[in-house]
Design a protein. Sequence first.
Length: 259
Amino acid sequence: MAREKSGRADPARTLALLWRTGEGPTRGPKQGLTVDRIVQAAVEIADADGLGALSMRAVAERLGVGTMSLYTYVPGKAELLHVMFDAVLGESALPDPAGLDWRAALERHARADHALAKRHPWVVQLWGPGLLLMGPRLTARADAALRTVADVGLTEAEMAHVVGLVDAYVRGITQVAVDADRDAVSSGVGYEDWWAESTPYLERLIQPARFPTLTRVWASGTYEEAPDAGFEFGLRLVLDGIETLIHSRQPAAGPAPQG
């Protein structure tokens, strides 16, 4: 039995698959398979059980075909992950600066990405500047995000860093929520139930006299909220910082003309 391919994706094969520049399968039996069907099955597995449950064999079983038949369409799991990621990006509308100022456009962009990652929690494991290759949807998304800050006085490097900052914030806070949901599933105890069960013990150990500030914040109920409850608050702070940068690039108004 052939060993399942894993590890780093082959750039040439992955990009050909992402952009559909290859000629398609030329060998093996015709079984009604397509790259899109394979990707859809893989996404369904990852949505239900996480990337740990994803394998070429699992995808083949879901489709009711032999594992080897998949390799005539997709080189291996590493390449499949790239295509899965690019495919789900197509669910979110691109950030369109038309009719919006840069801030409103970036807000919409961040909220769409946050919602996407909540629908597909495995996305946060792939999202990032690492070895992810630029598929058509990721490329369009990157270009559209950069256009939201293209005419506000920033350098090209600053434009890239601003978009990267917003993306990093969304990934970070979504990862916290995804981890909490995963822990709840694996333990069988929901986030709110865990706090309700733990609080009586913690209150005996964490004394206000020793930890006054933590106790005050804890008593407010903040820590009992959903892990990403502060998403909008944090996004506002990030955008406030970007706004300060943009204002610093704009020339100061000169004295009013004399009448």
